[in-house]
Structure formats: structure tokens, C-alpha cells
Design a binder for this molecule. Structure first.
Ligand code: COA
Length: 432
């Protein structure tokens, strides 16, 4: 079938597509590599619109919608602040939306159906189905819930297996070849502490384990130390270049999984052009919506799930802050809590949260007796499991408060240990 001929009445230019949006609309767009940048650029070039709400999660694009002169023609909602969006949040121009990533599936499908979804899709197969390419995340929920869909079909966007959407479901299509930009994370180099943390975490991964790796340098550093393992599986939110290496080496074969046997499962893919090529029509890889990948009960169906995520601070109760710094949201919860819970429910599972023991060039400890007043907690002390710094890894599950405090002080940077113990008594956390 020549789909472009069959669907020619739906094919429009970027500008025509942008003109379909009306004042007051809630417009939601896919995240990371799935961000329909040129469509967004055409949309925000419109000066006639009022109070259009733009919504997305992890922003990597030009983030033009966050530029200062946008004023209130467009209001940005985000549940994961990155770079430029964070700066605009500080000025009061972005609204922060606290939502577990898993919850976004039901939220956008039924509770808060956007008026318009902007998707980036692959070229369709012979039956007219496009794939969500590198980013299925909440886009699958948008495909089910959005009132209108505008899709940029990009022939350079990889075709992946796992989820699909038919051309019939699309209201307007822009067909244009565009370069898919590499993730900003590709350039991030692990620090010395990340390498030490990576080695410690790798020591907790048994052969046959199924892995989730979160965002940041630490999860990626750990992947380097898994090369001697056997029969690993992947069920993750984000899939990076490091995970690709393990798949290529055969260290990951997904043979010990209980579900999706033989397949690596990811919610979105973030990385280099080599990773894009690897993902394209790769039968060993499924890119699934967040309602599947981040469901703790789905995660828990595999045995020995190890989830590895990074954080900003841990207090002596064992509470974890991963998305808040300097009196402001720094990022977002993403799927951290979904995977903490899923991994803990899995037979033999471990949820590991890692942080460098110090920040600001060693001036402050990331393990603190208590958080600054008003800091929201990401992982509560009942959900927390393993905590890791470059000084060690501890399992807090089942430890008393006294034992937890001792364990956490033991993996704090040595120069802060005495102060932490003193404060634990001062604040009544340790008594007697
Ligand atoms: N106090 C002050 N500054 C701190 C700090 C603290 N306790 N902890 C970190 N910082 C600083 C770092 O020094 C660094 O500063 P720099 O950019 O000047 O070097 C900056 O904050 C970023 O820290 P870093 O540890 O390098 O960030 P990262 O890119 O590795 O990301 C998280 C770490 C925790 C922010 C990130 O993993 C996150 O957002 N997690 C929540 C979501 C999630 O885990 N999703 C997982 C499912 S995919």
C-alpha cells in the first residue's frame, strides 16, 4: 500500500498542523527522543494563542517553550524538570506536576485526556502501523486518550517492537525526514566515585538477575562491571548505550526471565546514534508503554530484579530525596518509586539507591541527619531497601532505627561521620 496516497487528506505541513491547536487546549507531547521538536517550534511561533497548556515529562529538545518571552500564551506543565525548564520553573513560568511515572498511563488515558497529543512516530509497516520508536513512555496512553493526535512521521526514527498505533487513529500527519539527535547524557563521563559505586552494585547482581537502570552517571558506570555475569535480563524504564553493550556481548540474554523471555523490555531509549541503529527492528527488544513497564506487579513477576537508581540525599531514618535540591524541584520522581516497589516485591529482588557520599567538591555530605526544612521525600523509609555510596552498600530493610543509623553513618564520607552521630543524638533519633 502507498500509505501517503491513501492518507493524503491527513498529511499537512508543520505550520498547518500547529494551526489545529486552539486557545485553552491542553497539548501533551512525547518526551526525550520522542519530542516532536519541529512541530513544537511551529506551535510556539503562533502569537494568536492564549493559555495553551503544554505538558511533557523529560525534556531534552530545544525547550523553546520555556523561553522567557513565551509569557502566558503558553503555560508549561512538567513532572520532570531538566536544564532550561528548571530555570524557567525558578522564575515561576513552569508548573510542576508530581506524578509517579506509572500513574501517568491512567492519568492521560482517562483522568486528564489532553485535547491534542504531539507524537513522533516511525514510518508505518505494510499494515499501516507506526511504532513509537525510541519513546513509548506515556505516548501509548496518549494514543488511547488524547482527543486529537498530530504525528510527525519521521523516516529516520527507528522502528521498534512492543507497541504500535495505526494511521487511522491519527488526525493529522506531518511527514518529514529529520535527524534524531543524540541524548545529552551520551557525553556524561562517570567520576571516580561513580566507578567505585558501580563496582559495589555489580557485586549485588547475581547471574540470571533482571535489571532496571535509572537516570544518571552511576547506573551507567555500574554496567561496565557486569561483563562477567551470565544470563542477565533487562526490564527497565530507560535503556542506554551501556545496556546495549551488554546485549551485544550476550551477557544479557533474558533467558531466566519469567515474563518476556528472550526480550529486553524498555519504556524509552536514550543514547547515541549507534543505539538508535541497534534498536531499529531489533527482535530482542520491546519498547512498551509506562502502564506496562512501570507497573510494580509486572516488574515483580521476574525473579531477582535489581533496580538501580540515583538520589541526591539520604537522611538517617533512611528516607531518600531524589528530585529536590536547594529549595526547588531538581528533576522528578520518574519511575524510581515504581521500580523500588517492583524490585522489592520480586523474589530475590533488590532495590538499590546510590549517591556519591559528598557533593559540592566534598564540602557537604549527601547522607544527612535530617533534610532541610520543607524538603519533600521521594522514597519513604518503609519502601527503602539498599543504599550505596563509594564507601559501601547497606540493606536497611528490617533494621531498627539504631541499626539503620549505624549502617548509614558507616557509608558516609569519613570526615562527616562524627558530626552525623552527634546530630542523631541531638535530634533524638538516637537515645540512651
Ligand atoms: N547537595 C547539593 N548539590 C548536590 C547534591 C546535594 N546533596 N547532590 C548532587 N548535587 C549536585 C551535584 O554535585 C551536581 O552538580 P554539578 O552539576 O555542579 O556537578 C548536580 O547536583 C547533579 O548531580 P548528579 O549526581 O551528577 O546528577 P545525575 O545527573 O547523576 O542525576 C539524580 C541524579 C538523582 C538527580 C537523577 O538520577 C534523578 O533525577 N533521579 C530521579 C528520577 C529517577 O531516578 N528516575 C529513574 C527511573 S528512569
Amino acid at each position: 500500500m502507498d500509505w501517503k496516497e491513501q492518507y493524503k487528506e491527513k498529511i499537512v505541513s508543520f505550520e498547518e498542523a500547529a494551526n489545529k491547536v486552539q486557545s485553552g487546549d491542553h497539548v501533551m507531547f512525547s518526551q526525550a527522543h520522542g519530542e516532536a521538536r519541529t512541530l513544537l517550534k511551529a506551535l510556539i511561533a503562533r502569537t494568536d494563542l492564549k493559555d495553551v497548556v503544554l505538558m511533557a515529562h523529560l525534556h531534552w529538545g530545544h525547550s523553546l517553550y520555556a523561553r522567557p518571552d513565551m509569557d502566558r500564551n503558553f503555560i508549561m506543565y512538567s513532572n520532570f524538570l531538566s536544564g532550561p525548564v528548571r530555570e524557567e520553573y525558578a522564575k515561576g513560568k513552569v508548573e510542576f506536576l508530581p506524578l509517579y511515572f506509572f500513574d501517568t498511563a491512567a492519568y492521560y488515558e482517562t483522568i486528564h485526556r489532553p485535547d491534542v497529543a504531539l507524537l513522533t512516530l516511525s514510518e508505518p509497516d505494510e499494515e499501516g502501523y507506526c511504532s513509537f520508536g525510541l519513546s513509548a513512555e506515556y505516548s501509548v496512553a496518549l494514543a488511547n486518550g488524547a482527543k486529537k493526535i498530530i504525528a510527525h512521521i519521521n523516516p529516520s526514527y527507528p522502528f521498534t517492537y512492543g507497541e504500535k498505533i495505526h494511521l487511522d487513529r491519527l488526525d493529522w500527519i506531518v511527514y518529514q525526514d529529520e535527524e534524531v539527535f543524540e541524548a545529552p547524557t551520551v557525553a556524561v563521563q562517570p567520576k571516580e566515585e561513580d566507578v567505585a559505586i558501580g563496582k559495589l552494585i555489580a557485586g549485588e547482581v547475581v547471574d540470571g538477575a533482571t535489571l532496571q537502570m535509572g537516570i544518571g552517571a552511576i547506573p551507567d558506570a555500574m554496567l561496565t562491571y557486569l561483563k562477567e555475569k551470565k544470563h542477565l535480563g533487562i526490564h527497565t524504564e530507560m535503556l542506554s548505550d551501556g545496556a546495549m553493550e551488554l546485549m551485544k556481548l550476550g551477557v544479557v540474554d533474558n533467558s531466566r526471565k519469567k515474563i518476556d523471555v528472550g526480550k529486553s523490555v524498555a519504556n524509552f531509549i536514550a543514547g547515541s546514534k549507534e543505539l538508535f541503529a541497534f534498536s531499529d527492528r531489533n527482535p530482542d527488544l520491546l519498547v512498551r508503554g509506562v502502564g506496562y513497564t512501570n507497573d510494580p506487579y509486572v516488574i515483580a513477576q521476574n525473579d531477582n530484579v535489581v533496580s538501580i537508581n540515583a538520589c541526591i540525599q539520604v537522611d538517617l531514618w533512611g528516607q531518600v530525596v531524589s528530585d529536590y535540591m536547594n529549595d526547588m524541584p531538581y528533576s522528578g520522581v520518574g519511575g524510581q518509586v515504581d521500580f523500588v516497589r517492583g524490585a522489592k516485591l520480586s523474589k530475590g529482588g533488590k532495590s538499590i539507591i546510590a549517591t556519591r557520599a559528598t557533593a559540592k567538591k566534598g564540602q557537604i555530605s549527601t547522607i544527612v541527619s535530617r533534610f532541610p526544612h520543607g524538603t519533600p521525600v521521594t522514597v519513604n523509609r518503609y519502601d527503602v531497601h539498599y543504599i550505596c555510596t563509594e564507601y559501601g552498600i547497606v540493606n536497611l530493610h528490617g533494621l531498627t532505627v539504631r541499626e539503620r543509623i549505624k549502617a548509614l553513618i558507616g557509608i558516609a564520607a569519613p570526615q562527616f561521620r562524627e558530626q552525623l552521630e552527634r546530630e542523631a543524638y541531638e535530634y533524638g533519633m538516637l537515645r540512651g
